[in-house]
Design a protein around this ligand. Sequence first.
Ligand code: TYM
Length: 362
Amino acid sequence: MPKGPWLSWLERLDGIEEVVGSSPTGSTMAKRIFLTGLRPTATALHLGNYLGAIRDVLAIQEKGAPFFLFVADLHGLTTEDPQKVAANREKILLTYLAAGVDPQKTIIYYQSALAEETLLLEIFLSRFFSVAQALRVPTLKEKVRQPRQASLFLLRYPALMAADILIQRATHIPVGKDQEAHLEVSQLLARQFNRHFGYLFPIPRPYQTQGVKIIALDGQGKMSKSRPQGAIFLNDHPEEAKQKIRRAVTETLAKPPKEMSPAVASLFLLGESFANRQEKEQLANMRQEYFRGTLKFVHLKEVVGQAVGRFLVDFQRRYQSWQQKPKLLATILEEGNRRAKRHAQETWQLVAAKTGFTLPRS
Ligand code: TYM
């Protein structure tokens, strides 16, 4: 992945007020607005999604900054059938709530609820994004080599993502490391728009408390919905998850090893993320054993499995309890969609004023 200017922003950002983008006169203090979305391309999210994005949502919502959290159903359509996307999106909504997202603090909505505003903005942003540039985005570059996957909609992916972000004038975007290239496009398009039409959009930055990339348990790249055998899904039976962890690829330990392999580092990270105090101590000791070259991976896997298993039991209990409340769920979604759309409409009005392109009255 090419290294962009975003790299300098990966440190933890503290303090609610700060300059996140400035007008040509340098006078604009933008308010912090957080935003992120996850695609409903499977019936459940996996631990990579949870640790890469959702965990940060939970931490940020406690700070009281506005947070827009959506189900990226339009983006889901790049690879999946519409019916499947429509069926999965409610499951992602349930997942947000079961994970602990608080609808009183966080605006939860479907991306398609603001399809009109978002797609209109995408048109304006796309004018600054050439086909050649789209073909150079690392995530797309891979996929366009497989001609059956490479629809025109796929090429629009980064500009649509930029529109999701900019339509809410969001400033901080909690995502996993794999989304950095997409965010770089969002930054580029925000700058181009501002340069052309006058300052409107703060430049959105990735917000990663840890910048995690969870490796697939089978060692094949990042944990991903498209390779279930290497992923632990939030709806996996805890015993099944433990089995997957027992089978996880590790390494042959050199004595003493110089650097931890990404697969083993990822196992430690999984364990540490869900461990109770006793397990944390065990894992700290195991880290030392690792660097002495004496760690037995079965022991590591046992502790990681135990911690992850317990998390899944709790999560699934909360998920089932939310499932029993369809009316409340509908109200939360309706309210979230309404608030998100109202804010998006405000932005669209500003875009129309800046560009001089208003919609005819119908
Ligand atoms: P998606 O659905 O692929 O992934 C959702 C979130 O999970 C993170 N993630 C991971 N983090 C760590 N390790 C992994 N193995 C791992 N796999 C996935 C992703 O980084 C992401 O944060 N393009 C987005 C959806 C989107 C969006 C947006 C995000 C659409 N518009 C606007 C932010 C802002 C995506 O495909 O996520």
